[in-house]
Design a protein around this ligand. Sequence first.
Ligand code: NAD
Length: 477
Amino acid sequence: MAQMLINGLSVGALSGQELDVLSPVDGQKFDVIPRGDRADVDLAVKAAQNALTSAWGRMTALERGRLLHKLGEKVLEHHAELAALEARDTGKPMTTARNDITVLARYFEFYGAGADKVHGMVLPFLDGYTVNVLREPLGVTAHIIPWNYPAQMLGRSIAPALAMGNAVVVKPAEDACLTPIRVAELAREVGFPPGSLNIVTGLGEEAGAALSEHPGINFISFTGSNEVGVLVQKAAAKNVVKCVLELGGKSPHVVFDDADIDRAVPIIVRGIIANTGQTCTAGSRLIIQQGVYPRMMDKLAEQFSKVRVGTPEMDLDCGPVVNIAQQQRVEYFLNEAKKSNIELVAQGSLAPGLPAAGYYVTPTLLGRVPPSHACAQEEIFGPVLATMAFDTEAEGIALANSTQYGLMAAVWTENGGRQQRVSKAIKAGQVYINAFGAGGGVELPFGGVKKSGHGREKGFLAMEEMSTTKTVVHYHG
Ligand code: NAD
């Protein structure tokens, strides 16, 4: 049985209660996790508070950086084990799971190297004064993460917080706790002091709500759905703590007639089928200029019909989705498309002999989706690509900006002026030109505008988000 990690100890829930862990591959139970609640969260927050005034709090930035580096190395030593665990828990194809563990290690490497590089300043001021602006940790930081990339989200959220000297309490998603727990055990092995990194598992409405409402926390990093993000922000407001919200997306590709279609098509297909579409930055809307629409759809259809779905070990293009609710969600949107007579231009295929009780869905390319349709507006969180056509540059931009979200976008054109105009006009936290979500992007500041959230993670900006300044004004004559 997997256990939580509180104050350096592997423990069950104080209540003794557990939750079943089901495999997305066949819907069968294969493990249990503790059903932590308010009492366990309270213990974890107290352990984190104690860590700030003991061994962890006394470490220099250099020492924290070294520990993070060691954790990155340890993750790489355990790469195969962690990838297998991640694939088992989430259903990801092995190649995706392996990549996720590599990116997890990158977060510890990047922020390990950054720990002693985000610092204060000395300001010029009045005669007789010296002003120091100190860079300080926020204190206890809470990290509530989703199930789609449990390993990557863990690294992205906690590595900058630890680098800046905070003590962290993590609430992983109930559907995907196993890798975060194992990584916390590895952190203990490399020498993270008790209380510096705590993991509390359990239900969102119990452990998650208790963590976001706890008066002992000083910051919340939340990644997940908009509905829960609003609850978390309300809880943060009650305690007057800052929160970063990384929420949903409906990210557009805008493809102009002059685009390099041969380069674009495989990247666009990858951008929607990766992780079976369960990616906040999935490129789920494809906005194509009329002149290239037929040619582009032909090429897309050819590639989409080759997409194959199977178990993690089969290591095909897609695995199952994470749970039955997610499977039903994808099926609901496909039915909505059919009811509205939207053309299912091409579909991938399920490998023969998959377990009937597994959570498999069929990757689908939708043709000419009306911009106001649910499939063009809502985050499906599955491998479903909604295409639509436009005439002028202004129309393309308007379509790109026509949802409540603003997370990521791509512009595909060879025209330099248009590359600049369109990327500036699109409302999103990241815009790619002739590329999409390249290379994990640990270094690249990331986050949303509009309903995709606020605050920034990744890059050096995350270390600023997860720390504060104190201005010390000294009169010495
Ligand atoms: P979710 O909101 O259901 O759950 C996210 C986390 O919040 C889980 O740990 C869950 O246990 C917890 N939670 C649930 N109810 C809670 C409550 N009342 N109080 C506090 N915590 C609670 O999201 P999900 O279904 O796990 O993840 C999918 C969503 O996450 C999608 O919308 C996706 O776009 C988004 N996401 C965003 C990013 C990003 O960086 N912007 C990255 C990954 C996923």
